[in-house]
Every structure is written in C-alpha cells, then in structure tokens.
Write a protein that binds this ligand. Sequence first.
Ligand SMILES: *Cc1c(COP(=O)(O)O)cnc(C)c1O
Length: 421
Amino acid sequence: MDHFIYRDGALFAEDVAVADIAAAVGSPFYVYSTATLTRHFQLFDEALDWGPHLVCYAMKAASNQAILKTLADLGAGMDVVSGGEYARAKAAGVPGDRIVFSGVGKTHDEIRAALSGGIRQFNVESEPEMRVISQVASELGTEAPITIRVNPDVDAKTHAKIATGKSENKFGIPISKAREVYAEAASLPGLRVVGIDVHIGSQLTDLAPFEAAYQKVAELTETLRADGHDITRLDLGGGLGIPYTRSNEAPPLPTDYGAMVQRTLGHLGCEIEIEPGRLIAGNAGLLVSSVIYLKNGDGRDFLILDAAMNDLIRPAMYEAHHEIIPVQEAAPGVDLAPYDIVGPVCESGDTFAKGRLMPPLASGDLVAFRSAGAYGAVMSSEYNTRPLIPEVLVHGDQFAVIRARPTFDEIINRDTIPEWL
Ligand SMILES: *Cc1c(COP(=O)(O)O)cnc(C)c1O
C-alpha cells in the first residue's frame, strides 16, 4: 500500500499533485512519500513487538539523508555496507549505537572510522575480516561488538543477481564452519561476540526460505551457547519482497514475517534485528518522467522518455518490471496500444518495457514508474553526461527537493585536465 493515488484523474503523492512537482523541479525526478515510508517502518516495528528488537533500515535501498532522518526519527537503526554509508547515516543524525555494518569487504579504514564514531555491531563476513577488526579494535584500545554472518545454504528462489544465501554466493561463512570461526572469534583480542547474522537475498516472495534459514540459525544458537558463546542478538537480514505488478504477486506481509520469526526464534530470548530495505522504500517512491517523442517503428511503436537506464537501472540489470502509469489518468474505456518504452541512452538495454499497453500519450505528457523508491536513485549514474535527477520528499501537502539536479558545469568541472595537455 502506498500514498500515490489519482484524485479527479490527477496523480497525487499524498496531498501534492505530481504535475505540480514536475512544474517546479522539471522532469525527470524521483518523489518519495513520507507517509508510506513511515507506514512501512511501523509495520515491521509492530510485527516484532512481541520482543526486544531493532529495525535497521538497509539504507543502500534509498540513502538520501532526508529519508534516513525520517526513519531514524521513528526509532529506526541503519544497516550500512560501506564507509560512505556509515558517514551518511551519521550525517543524518543516526546514533552509532543504532548502526550495524554489513558487507563482504570492509576495509581497515572503514572499520577504524566506525569504531571511532560508534557502532552497534559489525556483521563479520570472513575470517580475514574478523582478524582485521580484532587488530583495529586492539589498536584503538576498544572492543568491537560482532556477529558472524553465516551462509545457511538455502535457495532464496529469487533473481540470481540478488540471491545471497547459497553456498556458491560470496556472502558470509558456511554455516558448517560456524563453530570453528566462533571459537577463533572468542580467542581474538578486541572482539566481543554478540550474536549471529544471516541475510539470504532480496525480493523474496515466500516465507519458506526465510523459515528454513532461521531454523538453522535457531539450532546454531543452541550449539554456540553450549560452546560457551554469549549469543544475545540475532540479525535476520532483509529481503522481504514487494509487489511490482498490481495483479499476480502477493508477497507475505511484515506481520506474517514477524509471526514466523517469533515461531522459529522467539523461544531463544534474543534481541531481534532485521534489515529491510526494499519493503520500506520500494513502494514509497515514484520515478516521474515525461514523453519526449512518440516514434512509429517497423511493426512497433516507441515511447521515448526523458528518463533512461542511468536513472533507473533495474529493468536493464534485473529484467525488472515497473508499472508505468500516466500522471493524468486515462479516460475510462479509452483504447490502449502497445509501446516499447525506452530512454534516450545509446544502448539497446535502455528499454524499460516492451509491448506495454498504454493509453494515448503525447510529447510532454508525464508518466510515473511505480515501485521505484528502492534501488532507483541510489543506483543511478551520469552515463551519457546525464545529470543525476532530483529527489523530492512529500509530507502531507508539502514537498521539498532533497537532492537538487546538478548543472552541467557542476558535472563537467569535476574533471581535471593534467598540466601536460
Ligand atoms: C541488501 C541487503 C539488505 C536489504 O535487502 P532488501 O531486499 O532491500 O530488504 C539487508 N541486509 C544486507 C546485508 C543486504 O546486503
């Protein structure tokens, strides 16, 4: 559920007409709804109400500081995967003790920065990384709280590029090696083992793989406790999927997820952390674009938009489907026609949809890509020297530009010509 609905035929973001935002900031742009972000965070928070927990928003999904602050003000923690994200979370005012640090390749410098600035825990992904964390913490005369990310070898049944919980994936340590690695952790200086971490993938539309993974985590908790480790925290990762099409998908709700977590892990008395990204931000954002041209090809018609793959890469990278709707609603009963919906970038991959049924549209008309809030703006680039597009946040009847469109000069002046030229 989101807060992007038609009112008298005009698409609104909460109480703001999307066309009014377009008039103010120009096209294309991303727009996010505060009410939707808030609702999604609260659904997770309430779903885990049965025990101590922290919802750590996986900020790689959409990391504008205005989004981070909106969520942090509600009590959210953050899951960060780089030193840059750590700095961004801190800049948005998130306290260090609500930040968990994930990611397979944390560097010495990133670890040092997080230990100095405050961190809730590192989710360790390998023995070499664990040894570096131990070393850096010892140098700083402190203790690093850690969990170890175990790879439970379950098939998340999602797109191969976003599956992370099979043994062939690069993430975590094999669960079969966990006792050995925890034993080493206990022997190293500067480390304090606090729990176990698992994250099996993204856009999961079924609870069964989660449940299989969490059952393995439950067993591992008992085993590690018997070995003398103080397991008080279970970080269960993110990954709950969202409906990208209106009709045929019905992913489980956070409430079902929370009940399943209670059923599989509730008896262990651990603090539960989860790291949802997509389900919080995905349906809280639209990409708004306008039609540049309608082009009649040989046997197919093209709708050429001013947004492109550099603004939203999901269709090119994951064959992802996004609903594309007109900002001015089509009259009821109007004839739809199939279009290939493309951007202006010089790549055939710059195709958002093929043969998509659309109402009549003309140059200058606005369209909106639904479910574009997660892995949208954050994955954009300036390919073809196309400026990063603005991000706008709506709150009731107000809206604010939360990242402005750079000028061509700002982009071009980042280059430096060496003195020999
Ligand atoms: C990407 C990621 C998440 C968030 O995944 P979503 O599918 O967006 O919920 C959570 N934890 C880790 C470690 C991740 O890499």
